[in-house]
Design a binder for this molecule. Structure first.
Ligand code: DX5
Ligand code: ZN
Length: 222
């Protein structure tokens, strides 16, 4: 698996914006267009007001491609479903701080299963609440929209948290990726990147672009 530097921009196309009737072909299209990771949004209709897909779809993608699967669990009980997502082939499992689970235990179980562990926070959650867990994670996801739907506008006010996360990482010699998710395009990618984010999730701006390869390359260099 490729080792990433924080100076590299990792572009993770979000499958939520793909044509769901052609999920495997859409994944292949994202990889051939230069996507680094596949971002897979799992929604349970309870933690967020939308329902997307579950482990069976992730397994189907895993069996077709060896792309890094960055699985974002927007579900109320990540602890209960964790083994099924690990079994399905997730490389990174990101769970929300706001969900109903013992966060430290979930992160520990994720890593113990050989998976990378991400921790996500909603726009309303403060960065300080993540501090107890930052030594135990591989990635912090700072949501740049209220989760649930693709195609929303980037919330600029979340950038203060990205800056705080990058400063904390440096100050404490830690090594987590900082991911942003929601409303990322050629205008907002450089803003997030300057604030300190190195993993950029992009759904609408990649899958719905007329030329996906050009869109990913522009987000990478913007
Ligand atoms: C939002 C999801 C995102 C979504 C982003 O709840 O977590 O990953 O797919 O979509 P865009 O890039 O269209 O804002
Ligand atoms: Zn997401």
């Amino acid at each position: 698996m490729k080792k990433w530097q924080y100076t590299d921009r990792i572009i993770a196309p979000s499958l939520l914006a793909a044509d769901f009737g052609r999920i495997k072909e859409e994944t292949t299209r994202a990889i051939h267009s230069g996507g680094d990771w596949m971002h897979l949004d799992v929604m349970d209709g309870h933690f967020v007001d939308n329902i997307s897909f579950g482990p069976a779809i992730i397994q189907a993608i895993h069996e077709t491609n060896d792309v890094f699967l960055d699985v974002h669990l927007m579900i109320s009980r990540p602890d209960h479903y964790l083994p099924r997502f690990i079994e399905a082939g997730a490389d990174m499992l990101t769970t929300h701080l706001e969900a109903e689970h013992n966060v430290a235990e979930t992160l520990h179980r994720t890593r113990a299963a050989g998976c990378l562990a991400g921790l996500a926070i909603n726009p309303a959650t403060q960065f300080e609440q993540t501090i107890p867990y930052l030594t135990e994670i591989d990635m912090l996801l700072v949501m740049t929209v209220v989760p649930g739907f693709g195609g929303q506008s980037f919330m600029h006010e979340t950038m203060a948290k990205v800056e705080a996360a990058a400063a904390h990482r440096k100050q404490h010699g830690l090594s987590y990726h900082i991911q942003v998710d929601g409303g990322i395009d050629t205008t907002t990618a450089p803003i997030a990147s300057t604030a300190g984010a190195n993993v950029l999730v992009a759904g609408s701006s990649t899958f719905k672009a007329p030329d996906m390869a050009a869109a990913i390359s522009e987000i990478r260099t913007a």
